[in-house]
Design a protein around this ligand. Structure first.
Ligand code: NAD
Length: 340
């Protein structure tokens, strides 16, 4: 059986990536939409053959509780709105995928997890790279210490923001700038390659190249994660320039690198022994099929709400480190890991 997915928020990511990917999934189908725009509703209805009874706006959304066509609600709204819609979907008795970053505060992330637990439904975060074979290979090489224990990691991910989605620089809606949006991939990549959660962080904001555009959020931030065994990860993110995206791990007997590392396709990997020669896949289709498989067979997802909460805690720690110039301990952050 294919599970029915309803996308909440029909912006760029839903339109350009998730809806096309749903056409390639084996275990899911695009069954419903939630949008504030009647024009978009009409377009999507025609393009994807969506039944009228499966089309909601933000006010009628809660009626989804009575709709057996919808098994999974996928929340693809600006970051600060994730909490409200995940909680409402939980109350409607649906399984939920929530886009990254899970929430704009630790308190919101915790209340989302609590609502899902109360509903007895599954919550997964839209962490597509956990289902991408180059990244699985980085996890294997790092976690299994194929070149010895990883001592140093490097991760860069950023682009020149042109204000096409103004909510991204509106702190109330985004929770922060490029760190919330792009930097989270660096954070994630270092954690799953090392196979550990850092014990502390240090950080520094980069100069505000355009003070008007970056009035409320950072233009960029460079930070370091420190791990219990002395390993470190140096990461950079920005909205001020197009960065070559990369994830690199160095160990005593060799290194492994992805560059480009974090896009939807075209990833390339190499190690000190040569090219990885791994095919690219449709990441979003792989991610959604894995979640559907977890729902159908009642298995835990590799990217649960607890991992989303872990990352919100670490993002807050990085902001605190940048604001204070001090090293911030992250020893209290739960060690939620995707183990290969
Ligand atoms: P977007 O601006 O293109 O889409 C957001 C949608 O939310 C729009 O359709 C907008 O109309 C709707 N919306 C509803 N209420 C709104 C409000 N009060 N203010 C602004 N918009 C409102 O953004 P996007 O790029 O599609 O990002 C949406 C979410 O998906 C974000 O959480 C983002 O981090 C995430 N995302 C994830 C990936 C990924 O690779 N996993 C990629 C892109 C975006």
């Amino acid at each position: 059986r294919k599970l029915g997915v309803a996308l909440v928020g029909l912006g760029k990511y839903s339109t350009d990536e998730l809806a096309p990917a749903l056409q390639q999934t084996k275990l899911c189908r695009l069954a419903g939409i939630v949008t504030g725009s009647p024009a978009k509703a009409a377009r999507w209805k025609q393009q994807y053959n969506i039944a009228d009874k499966n089309i909601y706006d933000y006010k009628t959304f809660d009626r989804i509780a009575d709709n057996p066509d919808i098994d999974i609600v996928y929340v693809v709204l600006p970051n600060a709105l994730h909490a409200e819609y995940v909680v409402r979907a939980a109350q409607a008795g649906k399984h939920v995928i929530c886009e990254k970053p899970m929430a704009t505060s630790v308190a919101d992330a915790a209340r989302m997890i609590a609502a899902m637990q109360k509903a007895g439904k599954k919550l997964g975060i839209g962490y597509r790279l956990h289902f991408e074979p180059h990244h699985r290979e980085m996890m294997r090489l790092g976690q299994q210490q194929v070149f010895g224990p990883v001592q140093h990691l490097l991760a860069d991910n950023g682009f020149r923001f042109n204000n096409d989605t103004p909510w991204r620089v509106n702190k109330a809606l985004s929770g922060g700038g490029p760190l919330m949006d792009m930097g989270i991939y660096c954070l994630q990549g270092c954690i799953y390659t090392k196979g550990q959660v850092p014990v502390s962080v240090t950080a520094k904001f980069t100069p505000k190249t355009d003070p008007m555009l970056f009035k409320e959020v950072e233009a960029g931030v460079n930070w370091q994660l420190q791990f219990a065994d002395g390993a470190t990860a140096d990461c950079r993110t920005t909205y001020a320039e197009n960065m070559a995206s990369r994830l690199r791990a160095e160990a005593p007997k060799g290194w492994a690198e992805l560059a480009p590392a974090f896009g939807y396709g075209g990833l390339q990997g190499r190690t000190s022994q040569g090219p990885m020669n791994i095919p690219n896949v449709n990441q979003q289709a792989a991610q959604m099929d894995d979640f559907a498989d977890c729902v159908l067979h009642n298995k835990p997802t590799r990217v649960p709400g607890e991992m989303g909460l872990r990352d919100v805690q670490l993002l807050e720690a990085i902001y605190r480190a940048a604001e204070t110039g001090q090293k911030v301990s992250t020893k209290d952050v739960a060690s939620v890991l995707d183990k290969v």
